[in-house]
Write a new protein. Structure first.
Length: 207
């Protein structure tokens, strides 16, 4: 519960968020935070782990009705994944900009000035997000969830569901990573799904 309340505050303030702000937002005493976490940095690390984790978006993907047309299913999946990746980027970016360090050496971290044990400034670096094998595992889990989502229509595709899911995620990730200034008209979720399912030719299959 503390992490869920802290996430939007971390996204807004980065590492500058105070434990007193989080406690007020959660409707709890500040001491309760320090019974759950040894210091603010540990809470911030928990927020990063929650943002990086795929449990929430997997639940959203699993809630999409398989009775819907495949284009509708994929559009809903694109929206869910967009929200997940934007939240991840916002949290990581805010912490990076404010110098939060993950994986501190024992004894180097202290609570923020508003915490029960006073203030202190330790060395900092940008949060790295999940390790490389963790990113690969997350990508595989998300691909498998999309495979399940399009499974009922596997006979309609020329490619395997695994390849269709990989193409879907590739298009989605590229859309989200393209700076707006470089894209005259970024693909909407509907356009992205249309390109995935029908290509860009007026008459698919024509030269």
């Amino acid at each position: 519960m503390i992490v869920a309340v802290a996430l939007p505050l971390v996204a807004e303030y980065g590492a500058a968020v105070t434990t007193s702000q989080i406690a007020r937002a959660a409707g709890i005493g500040e001491a309760t935070i320090f019974r759950a976490f040894k210091d603010k940095d540990e809470l911030l690390d928990a927020c990063v782990a929650e943002a990086v984790g795929t449990d929430h978006v997997l639940r959203e993907l699993a809630s999409i009705s398989l009775d819907e047309p495949v284009a509708v299913r994929l559009t809903e999946a694109a929206e869910a994944l967009r929200a997940h990746l934007e939240r991840l980027g916002t949290v990581i970016g805010a912490l990076h900009a404010s110098g939060h360090r993950r994986g501190r050496e024992p004894g180097t971290g202290t609570r923020d000035g508003d915490g029960p044990s006073g203030g202190g400034d330790g060395p900092s670096r940008a949060p790295d997000g999940p390790p490389r094998d963790g990113r690969a595992e997350s990508a595989t889990v998300l691909r498998n969830a999309v495979v399940e989502l399009i499974g009922p229509d596997r006979a309609a595709f020329r490619l395997s569901p695994e390849k269709v899911a990989s193409a879907f995620l590739g298009l989605l990730f590229t859309r989200l990573q393209t700076p707006v200034a470089e894209a005259d008209a970024p693909l909407t979720p509907d356009e992205l799904i249309d390109v995935l399912l029908h290509g860009t030719l007026h008459h698919p299959g024509s030269p």
